[in-house]
Design a protein around this ligand. Structure first.
Ligand SMILES: Cc1cc2nc3c(=O)[nH]c(=O)nc-3n(C[C@H](O)[C@H](O)[C@H](O)COP(=O)(O)OP(=O)(O)OC[C@H]3O[C@@H](n4cnc5c(N)ncnc54)[C@H](O)[C@@H]3O)c2cc1C
Length: 458
């Protein structure tokens, strides 16, 4: 069996590594002539880092990314919010998307896979037992994952709608070499009457990501526009040296009507797009990919029935809905659209964000560590297991038992075979390959058998 993957962005590459890691052959087809070199997303959130660890693609990223100490918001020259990023230390990273993609490609190649560049999918035909795509030549596969980004051809070809609305007319981004009196240990955002301006330090001596909103739709010189607004919006002066990359785009929020049509699944930006505020896009895509890949691998390898695949959309679409509403609220709040909204933001909401319990809650959401599938089809458990989730388990389930001879081991082995890793520990629990709790509670091999039977054999 072969899984075809459309798109070698972070979503497609994560899916490819996670499938190959479980022995499932893949063909990764990408329309581009070669890897993208621009930074784009720059935050690997703590959960994204765990996903990279679990597919063994973290490589040397930790040594090359940056840890940040604070996130600061400034209104009229006054610091109104100062978040201490201690909780993030050593768990997430500030690093460009192209570096993350390279690390995933290296891992894919170590697993024996590769990306086929210049392979644009232009047609898809599904039949009972497989999928045929046209990407120059005709290519046959058993399943197709549409990880081909926001303008997904796969989504369009299989007739899945993508409803949504624009959130901000125009947003400017630039990665620039800059000399200015701003500490490089954190992220600073200035929120003003005319709009916002934000500065993120990037790995390197003087490299910064600058972001600002600018109403209107006419083409602009992004660097010239940022240069012109920087003194007014930040109150600082800067010496622009050179520019690595710019972008100007409209922020949309859109969610695919469904994540699956027959043998075709959507994941990542092909399934959902939202505001870049709080850096959720790439991380949500990698999370989709991991969730789908372990389930698809179990079905392909004959360890689970096809019904397990229905749980992908039922677990991941609600996560995308939450990300869409959280990032939309954050965007209109940061852009301060309207006098009353601005007043509420500056006098109530921003000061609240610095309170320890609000900060904790935000950490849970932005880091994506609070993601839970408790209300999903494989519940009633489903929270992330903080003990197992950060580890590399080679894509396997983990059963923690008090002793090696525990009777639950034989039951789990019967269903999971070599896909099971047994660890001794005080708490009896079964953890899914994506680090979420599958089953725990009172010792009862019969209950464990019933759960595995219901989950895997239909
Ligand atoms: C300017 C910009 C800034 C951003 N900033 C952030 C940020 O700060 N934080 C964050 O989390 N996210 C950010 N994002 C979003 C983030 O980049 C995306 O969420 C992420 O790239 C999604 O990954 P993906 O793999 O799903 O899709 P993509 O990265 O879009 O990859 C899709 C791949 O599919 C290929 N493809 C397209 N059509 C076809 C076809 N017909 N056949 C075969 N292959 C095809 C493309 O060549 C591409 O390689 C930003 C995005 C942009 C554009």
């Amino acid at each position: 069996m072969t899984v075809l993957i459309a798109g070698a962005g972070p979503t497609g590459l994560t899916a490819a590594c996670a499938l190959m890691q479980r022995g499932v052959p893949v063909r990764v087809l990408d329309a581009a002539e070669g890897p993208a070199t621009t930074s784009r997303a720059l935050g690997v959130q703590p959960r994204g880092a765990e996903v990279l660890n679990r597919v063994n693609a973290m490589g040397d990223l930790p040594g090359r990314g940056m840890d940040i100490d604070f996130v600061k918001a400034i209104v009229d020259g006054r610091v109104v919010m100062h978040l201490h990023m201690d909780r993030w230390k050593g768990r997430g990273l500030l690093i460009g998307q192209s570096e993350v993609e390279k690390s995933l490609r290296d891992r894919l190649s170590a697993l024996g896979g590769k990306v086929e560049w210049g392979a644009r999918i232009t047609d898809i035909t599904q039949h009972e037992h497989g999928v045929t795509v046209r990407a120059g030549e005709r290519i046959e596969g058993d399943w197709l994952l549409g990880c081909d980004g926001a303008h997904s051809t796969v989504r369009k070809l299989v007739g899945i709608d993508f409803p949504g609305v624009p959130l901000a007319e125009r947003f400017l981004l630039a990665d620039v070499h800059l000399d200015w009196p701003l500490p490089r240990e954190g992220v600073t955002a200035w929120l003003g009457r005319d709009g916002m301006f934000a500065a993120f330090p990037l790995p390197g001596k003087d490299l910064w990501r600058l972001q600002a909103d600018l109403p209107g739709a006419d083409p602009v010189d992004v660097v010239a526009a940022l240069k012109a607004m920087l003194p007014d919006r930040t109150g600082l002066r800067a010496d622009f040296r050179s520019c690595d990359w710019t972008s100007s785009f409209t922020i949309h929020r859109r969610l695919a009507g469904t994540y699956r049509r027959g043998r075709v699944f959507l994941a990542g930006d092909a399934a959902h797009v939202h505001s870049p505020f709080s850096g959720q896009g790439m991380n949500t895509g990698m999370g989709d990919a991991e969730n789908l890949a372990w389930k698809l691998a179990m079905v392909v390898n004959g360890r689970a029935g096809a019904r397990l695949l229905d749980t992908y959309e039922r677990e991941r679409r609600p996560i995308a809905e939450e990300v869409l509403s959280g990032t939309s609220a954050l965007t209109s709040f940061a852009l301060g659209l309207g006098f009353w909204r601005r007043l509420l933001r500056d006098t109530v909401i921003l000061p609240l964000l610095a309170l320890p319990f609000v900060e904790r809650k935000m950490f849970g959401q932005w880091s994506q560590l609070a993601i839970s599938y408790r209300r999903g089809p494989l519940g009633p458990h489903g929270d992330r297991d903080p003990e197992i989730a950060p580890d590399w388990t080679d894509g396997r389930w983990v059963l923690a038992v008090p002793t090696d001879h525990d009777p639950h081991v034989a039951v789990a082995r019967q269903f999971l075979g070599e896909d099971l890793l047994v660890r001794t520990g005080p708490e009896l629990k079964l953890v899914r390959p994506d680090g979420h709790l599958a089953w725990h509670g009172r010792p009862s091999p019969a209950r464990l058998r019933a759960w595995l039977h219901a989950t895997l054999t239909s």
